[in-house]
Design a protein around this ligand. Structure first.
Ligand SMILES: [Zn+2]
Length: 233
């Protein structure tokens, strides 16, 4: 809902959920996550237009990731990571739908990481949060400049750069690296699948943000296992 409203600011202050196509308000019994979508067979009750697959997709990601988060991290860290995950999920949706990453979900939330850090609600030192933020920003800025120099095209958006800075604030430099690693692998696999199934060609733009965001979530959930795996030998 938040993601849709970021993309459609004129609808931002609507009091309740509504259908984006016919603008009719949605009854409470049609707002049950997943179940309603299946019961309505993916169509709006009043105008019968298709409801985007993004709704059930985001509902599944939200439920699975937040439940796993609750299971995997100790209680003081749950609240900051809950905010972190929620913002990442909004980014996944806005970037998939419109190739847009809202600053309200990245750059403007970085101070939250610093605040939680000061009261020891993040498993990072202050320096790790600081260097993670700076590294995240500068690294992708550098990559985007290099890409532009060689291809004369815009490969990464400002949104991606700010997203990695946000990820760095909550996970440090290590988190940035792992998110980039997973993000690139996931993105490549997805790109190859799209080309294989002839849905796109090499010049089609694929948003990088969702893969980076999923990489960051995987890192937070399994950071000790991942670090052991990579640095443990
Ligand atoms: Zn409708």
């Amino acid at each position: 809902m938040l993601a849709y409203r970021f993309l459609n600011p004129k609808d931002f202050k609507k009091p309740r959920s509504f259908c984006p196509k016919c603008k009719s308000y949605i009854k409470w019994y049609d707002l049950i996550p997943l179940i309603s979508w299946f019961l309505l067979k993916g169509n709006c009750r009043s105008c019968k237009n298709k409801i985007s697959y993004l709704y059930p997709f985001i509902e599944v990601i939200t439920a699975v990731s937040l439940y796993t988060l609750y299971k995997n991290v100790s209680i003081p860290y749950f609240i900051p990571y809950f905010i972190f995950f929620s913002a990442l999920i909004v980014t996944i949706r806005t970037d998939l739908e419109e190739m847009l990453i809202s600053r309200y979900m990245t750059l403007f939330l970085i101070p939250i990481a610093f605040s939680f850090n000061l009261v020891h609600y993040l498993p990072l030192t202050f320096e790790e949060t600081l260097t993670g933020t700076i590294f995240g920003f500068l690294f992708l800025l550098f990559i985007s400049k290099i890409f532009k120099l060689f291809t004369k095209k815009e490969g990464l958006g400002q949104g991606d750069i700010e997203l990695l800075a946000f990820i760095g604030a909550f996970t440090g430099i290590k988190g940035c690296w792992i998110s980039l690693l997973f993000g690139s692998i996931l993105g490549s696999v997805f790109g190859i699948l799209l080309i294989t199934f002839k849905k796109s060609n090499f010049s089609t733009k694929i948003p990088f943000g969702p893969f980076l965001a999923i990489g960051a979530m995987v890192y937070v959930l399994y950071q000790y296992q991942i670090i052991n795996l990579i640095f443990g030998f």
